[in-house]
Design a protein around this ligand. Sequence first.
Ligand code: ATP
Length: 207
Amino acid sequence: MALRVGLTGGIGSGKSTVSALLAGHGAVVIDYDLLAREIVEPGSPALAAIAERFGEGVIAADGALDRPALGAIVFGDAAALADLNGITHPAIRDLAAHREHEAGPDAVVVHDNPLLVEMGADAHCDVVVVVDVPVEVQVERLTALRGMTPDDARARIAAQASRERRTGAADLVIDNTGPESELALIVGGIWSELASRAAARREPDGD
Ligand code: ATP
């Protein structure tokens, strides 16, 4: 079985940067932002279930999901959000399992999932890696590099799991406060660790 690595981090923490570095070392990366889009493509069972629960108003004229319309319904409505997650999360999990299977038994598979902890998926990983920066650094990068206002950045950060909850679930924490050159060195070290764990599992007497 592939080594299953969960990768998560708060918005703007550098998770995608880490995942690209790991892919460069040879990891098979499953990007959950992409999976979340794929499972609601026109004609998909998840999109049909969403339309049934929230009404045809969440389907755009071209048959695709109208994200702003759906967002307006679920924003601030915990029960509606739970219903939506009840439709999308199982579909995302199934597709991720399929992709992991396709990667083969020797792969190091990185589940790049911003909601890893919120979905409880950390419990099913062999190794959980969390990219961590102080909230001030998140705000600084989101405003400088993504054009958000500080208030918008803070609101998005507040809507996610807390830094403490995320790092509490981690086996390995990557401190991405320093420059990207330093991040590359840290990720290189983590790759060595992951590759040796994957190799140990392939040994006849390994665990
Ligand atoms: P999101 O959750 O929004 O997808 P993310 O956690 O995937 O964000 P990235 O997109 O990897 O974060 O990084 C956010 C921004 O910060 C990017 O523009 C990235 O180039 C930059 N960045 C990442 N690491 C560093 C670093 N160590 N120093 C400076 N900038 C960085």
